[in-house]
Design a binder for this molecule. Structure first.
Ligand SMILES: Nc1ncnc2c1ncn2[C@@H]1O[C@H](COP(=O)(O)OP(=O)(O)O)[C@@H](O)[C@H]1O
Ligand SMILES: [Mg+2]
Length: 251
């Protein structure tokens, strides 16, 4: 399963979901690869010290001389691997636009290694440009985090249109794994209101598990840990574990 996590709104929990789902799957015993396709590299730094890196995913995607093995990083979780990003990845957008098979670069590059992993999770930047399109073309599934807030659904039309375009031409097998409601605070009217809107639009595509607003989730990246080692008994750990189980159960 190759799961791309996308929503062109920033701050909706793409990276938090990428990092903690990857950790949850690997702690369940699955061999898991996190591919960071965001030049901001937030999910990379949740596991890895960027100063220790010789190469990033940009080198892997752009250079014929840099192999997957040169770039992939081990982490302190045994079955969890990371293809790290760096700010140089921002250059990829303009390079790919002028190439005839620009949509397929990531897919072509990971085709030969993807069978080595039970789950591959791809974190994406807050845009619908070539990097996100590459991530959708390389995926089997799309997972959309939506923040329970005013304007929660703003932009989802464009995301779904991009999804349909990718399905129509480049990747007919792509399907929607689900929508996960994030940063949920059940005490607020806003959260309840936006939850109703999200359920109305996405119906049974909305995961039963919601991710609540939880300060431990915000703190854990600073310690280079997922929520499961940083605060194993927190609500955030419980909910991301439950989300991973829901995905595995429905797979
Ligand atoms: N459930 C949550 N509870 C509290 N803070 C969260 C939660 N999910 C994300 N955050 C915080 O919100 C900010 C944006 O989340 P992030 O995952 O980086 O979003 P995105 O990748 O979509 O931009 C980050 O500071 C993150 O730590
Ligand atoms: Mg992010």
């Amino acid at each position: 399963m190759v799961i791309t996590i996308a929503n062109q709104k920033g701050g909706v929990g793409k990276t938090t979901t990428s990092v903690n789902l990857t950790a949850a799957f690997s702690l369940m015993g699955h061999k898991t690869l996190l591919i960071d396709m965001d030049p901001q590299a937030n999910s990379t730094v949740s596991f890895i010290d960027p100063h220790e890196l010789h190469y990033s995913i940009f080198d892997f995607l752009e250079s014929g001389d840099v192999s997957f093995d040169d770039v992939v990083q081990k982490t302190n979780i045994n079955s969890l691997f990371v293809l790290p990003s760096s700010i140089s990845l921002a250059k990829l957008e303009s390079k790919l636009i002028s190439e005839i098979d620009g949509h397929f670069r990531l897919k072509d590059k990971i085709d030969s290694i993807k069978h080595n992993y039970d789950f591959i999770i791809i974190d994406t930047p807050p845009t619908l440009g070539m990097i996100t399109i590459n991530s959708l073309v390389a995926a089997t599934h799309l997972l959309v985090p939506i923040q329970a807030s005013y304007f929660a659904l703003e932009g989802t039309d464009d995301l779904l249109e991009t999804y349909e375009k990718v399905r129509a031409r480049s990747n007919p097998d792509l399907s929607i794994l689900g929508v996960v409601i994030t940063l949920y605070d059940k005490r607020t009217v806003i959260a309840k209101d936006s939850e109703a809107h999200i359920l109305k639009l996405f119906k049974d595509k909305v995961f039963k598990t919601y991710i609540s607003r939880n300060v431990r989730l915000e703190e854990s990246p600073a310690y280079k840990e997922s929520i499961f080692t940083f605060a194993p008994n927190s609500k955030g750990a419980k909910e991301y574990r439950q989300l991973a189980e829901e995905i595995v159960k429905n797979a």
